[in-house]
Design a protein around this ligand. Sequence first.
Ligand SMILES: Nc1ncnc2c1ncn2[C@@H]1O[C@H](COP(=O)(O)OP(=O)(O)O)[C@@H](O)[C@H]1O
Ligand SMILES: [Mg+2]
Length: 149
Amino acid sequence: MKKILLATDGSNSSVEAGRQVRSFLTAFPEAQLLVVYVIAPMAYSFDTGTILPDIERHEREAVEEARESFVQVFADDPRVRFFTSRGVPANVICDLADKEQVDLIVVGSHGKGSVQRALLGSVSQAVVRHATVPVLVVRGQRNNDASAS
Ligand SMILES: Nc1ncnc2c1ncn2[C@@H]1O[C@H](COP(=O)(O)OP(=O)(O)O)[C@@H](O)[C@H]1O
Ligand SMILES: [Mg+2]
């Protein structure tokens, strides 16, 4: 395994996914890891001009949260690169996996603040469905995500 893509949104599941990936990095010393947080487009039906600063602040906070949760897991491992991208998360993740020719995509089973408990979150579900490489879905700890099944 040479290249792994970890998609993180700072949720408990994605932190758990990060821990799993860390053990892969130990097992595969030559492996590279890309960690991506995707800033999703927001749909507003009203004039965004008035609330643009709020949107920007919210985006900055979300990026920082994702980055912090990742730094906690990987410290400053030089094989790991964190970056952000904009777009529809599942599309960005799958496109990136193709472009970067990764061997494995790793996602959490659920994301931040999901209220009702589907088997998989919408992003992980779409990634599993559309990815052209294997996808590892990692469950978060029970009771620790926004809601437990
Ligand atoms: N914006 C995002 N950027 C990167 N990865 C994401 C993003 N949103 C979700 N993910 C990945 O998908 C997993 C499942 O999240 P998601 O499908 O959004 O669940 P939910 O519907 O519970 O929010 C997360 O643990 C994370 O690995
Ligand atoms: Mg989500």
